[in-house]
Design a protein around this ligand. Structure first.
Ligand SMILES: NC(=O)c1ccc[n+]([C@@H]2O[C@H](COP(=O)([O-])OP(=O)(O)OC[C@H]3O[C@@H](n4cnc5c(N)ncnc54)[C@H](O)[C@@H]3O)[C@@H](O)[C@H]2O)c1
Length: 264
């Protein structure tokens, strides 16, 4: 069947919107930021990695160097965005870590790894939401997107910290959606399957190699960051005005694959 809309063509008009993405310098966050830029939005990425002026000109993504685990740095960054643009319409909580050192049973994990993952992946999402919500309440509109994971919904070995925190990201979504629904604010999440990003590339060996990882997805491949970005663009659009508190799995069927299903 012919596609109604040519693939890769961004159909959304985000020219009036200011979008803050955490972790927009690479991977899924970069694809989300790029998709928003292509649809006309003003995009500000808060990332540990500072982009050069030429990167900003080339990508259109403004970057503020910021560690989402650092409350003062987040306050300063959000303050800077509001001072410059007087609004924040969309927050994408995307910056999270899954270091190779975290792929161990929990009793073997170094506490510093657990603390850092909690501070970035769980409290980072909370910290950023708390900072943008007053602006969104004041303007009676806004969308928060939490990037969760397929590992929020089902188990795997050696993700005993990452998985439960990703589940918490889904519950943050539901809680905040309910709390702020009457104030014009929607809160949604996406749960990607394995996506081709530097994070996944760094852990391929731990996951049995690319072919094995691809084969665990019913579609037979891992996903592209742009495929997650496409879902985020829809979720943040007016087309999704009645969607809040929802988690959308963007995972090539991984979540539908049952424990009793025959392996490929
Ligand atoms: N890649 C996947 O297969 C996959 C699957 C499911 C969920 N996710 C989730 O998607 C999100 C993005 O993952 P990715 O694979 O693109 O990761 P990535 O490591 O490739 O990129 C993450 C980006 O976040 C930035 N970042 C990391 N820690 C930060 C901090 N403390 N403060 C500010 N910026 C920080 C990094 O500099 C980088 O630019 C994460 O929430 C991850 O848990 C990824």
């Amino acid at each position: 069947m012919a596609s109604v809309r040519p693939k890769g063509k961004v159909a959304y008009d985000n020219r009036e919107r200011v979008v803050v993405v955490t972790g927009g310098s690479q991977g899924i966050g970069h694809a989300i930021s790029t998709a928003f830029v292509q649809s006309g939005a003003q995009v500000i990425s808060l990332d540990l990695i500072a982009n050069s002026d030429s990167d900003v000109i080339q990508t259109g993504i403004e970057t503020i160097q910021c560690d989402v685990a650092d409350t003062q740095a987040c306050e300063a960054a959000v303050g800077q965005v509001i001072h410059k643009y007087q609004t924040i319409d969309v927050l994408v909580n995307n910056a999270a870590i899954q270091p190779v050192a975290s792929y161990h049973p929990i009793h073997e994990l170094d506490e510093s790894v657990i603390r850092r993952m909690t501070d970035v992946n769980l409290l980072g999402y909370l910290r950023m939401a708390r900072l943008v919500l007053p602006m969104m309440i004041q303007q009676n509109s806004g969308v928060i997107v939490n990037v969760a994971s397929g590992q929020a919904h089902r188990t795997a070995r050696e993700v005993g910290i990452y998985g439960p925190i990703k589940s918490a990201n889904v519950m943050q979504t539901r809680q905040w959606a309910v709390e702020y629904a009457r104030q014009g604010i929607r809160v949604v999440s996406v749960s990607p399957g394995a996506i081709d990003t530097p994070m996944v590339r760094a852990s391929l060996e731990t996951q049995g190699g690319e072919a094995s990882l691809a084969n665990r997805h019913p579609v037979g491949r891992i996903g592209k960051p742009e495929e997650v970005a496409a879902a985020v663009l829809w979720l943040t659009s007016e087309d999704a005005a009645f969607v809040t508190g929802t988690d959308l799995e963007v995972d090539g069927g991984l979540g539908a694959f049952g424990a009793f299903a025959d392996p490929y």
